[in-house]
Design a protein around this ligand. Structure first.
Ligand SMILES: Nc1nc2c(ncn2[C@@H]2O[C@H](COP(=O)(O)OP(=O)(O)O)[C@@H](O)[C@H]2O)c(=O)[nH]1
Ligand SMILES: [Mg+2]
Length: 271
C-alpha cells in the first residue's frame, strides 16, 4: 500500500475495523445538485462504517442546489445519523469544503465527493496509513472521466510537480483522509485555486505534514454530469487555476519556503 505503486492493489481488502487508538473520523460530503445519487452515497458509506469505525460523524454540506437534493437530504436526516448543513447560495467547491471541514469535531477528517465516483469500501485502503502519515490521498487509478478531464488533470498535476518540486501524482483527488490539525492550520489559507485539495496539499507539504498517495479505483459518474467542469467554462477554469498556481508560488517564495525546501525537506510539525 502507498509507496510508489500506481496500480490498485489486487490483494483482498480487510474491511476494518478502524484502529480506535488513532481517533475518531469525520466523514464530510460536499453536495451540490446530487439528488439522484446522494442517497446511495450516504447509505453505502454509513453502512460500511457502522460497526467498523468506533467513533464517527457524517457531515453533509449542501449549498445552492436547484434540483431535489435539499428535499432528499431533509428526508434522510430523519433516518440516518447525519449532521446536515444547507444554504441557498452556491458556495463553489473551495468555499464549500472549507466551511464543511470547519464543522468536523474528530481528530481525522475524510472528505469525499458525494457523487459516488469512489466506493465506500476503498476507504480501507487509506485507513491503516493513519499510523504513519497526516494526509492520505486516494489516487484515482485510472481516472474514469472524459478524456479531456484526464488530460487536463494530468497537465495540472505535472505543473504542480514542476512548480513546487512535489512527488505527488493526483493532488486534486476527491477522496482524502486528513489529520484535523492539518486542516485547522491550513484550510483557512487556501485561496488561490478553486478546487481546494491541490492548494491544500501544496501548503501541507511545505508545512511539513507527511503525505502519501494510495491508488484507489475510480468509477464513471453514474448519473448527472460534472457540476464544475463544463466544456463552456473550461478555458476560464484553466486560466484561473494557472493564475492561482503563479500566486501560490509567489507567496511561498516570498515566505522563503521554496528556497528552504530546496536546502532541506520541510520539518514535520509537532502537534
Ligand atoms: N457544497 C457544494 N458542493 C459542491 C459544489 N460544487 C461541486 N460540489 C460537489 O463536489 C463534488 C465534486 O464535484 P463533481 O462535479 O463531481 O466534480 P468532478 O468529479 O471533478 O467532475 C460533488 O460531490 C459535487 O456535488 C458547491 O458549490 N458546493
Ligand atoms: Mg465527480
Amino acid at each position: 500500500m502507498g509507496g510508489n505503486s500506481r496500480k490498485v492493489s489486487k490483494e483482498a481488502l480487510p474491511r476494518g475495523p478502524a484502529d480506535p487508538a488513532l481517533g475518531g473520523i469525520s466523514l464530510v460530503f460536499p453536495v451540490y445538485n446530487e439528488s439522484f445519487i446522494i442517497e446511495q452515497t450516504l447509505r453505502n458509506y454509513i453502512a460500511e462504517w457502522a460497526g467498523r469505525v468506533a467513533d464517527f460523524e457524517v457531515i453533509v454540506a449542501e449549498d445552492g442546489s436547484v434540483d431535489d437534493t435539499k428535499s432528499v437530504l431533509e428526508r434522510l436526516e430523519k433516518e440516518l445519523p447525519i449532521k446536515l448543513y444547507m444554504s441557498d447560495e452556491r458556495k463553489g467547491y473551495q468555499r464549500a469544503v472549507i466551511d464543511a471541514v470547519a464543522h468536523a469535531t474528530k481528530p481525522w477528517v475524510f472528505v469525499v465527493d458525494s457523487d459516488y465516483q469512489f466506493a465506500a469500501i476503498d476507504f480501507w485502503r487509506l485507513e491503516p496509513l493513519r499510523r504513519t502519515h497526516d494526509i492520505i490521498l486516494g489516487m484515482k487509478a485510472p481516472r474514469r472521466d472524459p478524456c479531456y478531464r484526464v488530460w487536463l488533470s494530468w497537465g495540472y498535476n505535472l505543473l504542480l510537480r514542476w512548480f513546487f518540486k512535489l512527488p505527488y501524482r493526483d493532488m486534486d483527488t476527491g477522496f482524502r483522509l486528513i489529520r484535523k490539525t492539518a486542516l485547522d492550520q491550513l484550510a483557512g489559507q487556501v485561496r488561490y485555486m478553486s478546487f481546494f485539495t491541490a492548494e491544500f496539499v501544496v501548503r501541507a507539504h511545505f508545512a511539513g505534514f507527511k503525505i502519501t498517495e494510495v491508488p484507489v479505483p475510480h468509477y464513471q459518474r453514474k448519473i448527472g454530469s460534472t457540476t464544475i467542469f463544463f466544456l463552456s467554462s473550461l478555458f476560464l477554469i484553466c486560466f484561473r487555476q494557472f493564475v492561482g498556481l503563479l500566486k501560490l508560488r509567489r507567496e511561498l517564495k516570498t515566505r522563503g519556503l521554496l528556497e528552504a525546501a530546496r536546502r532541506s525537506p520541510p520539518p514535520r510539525p509537532t502537534n
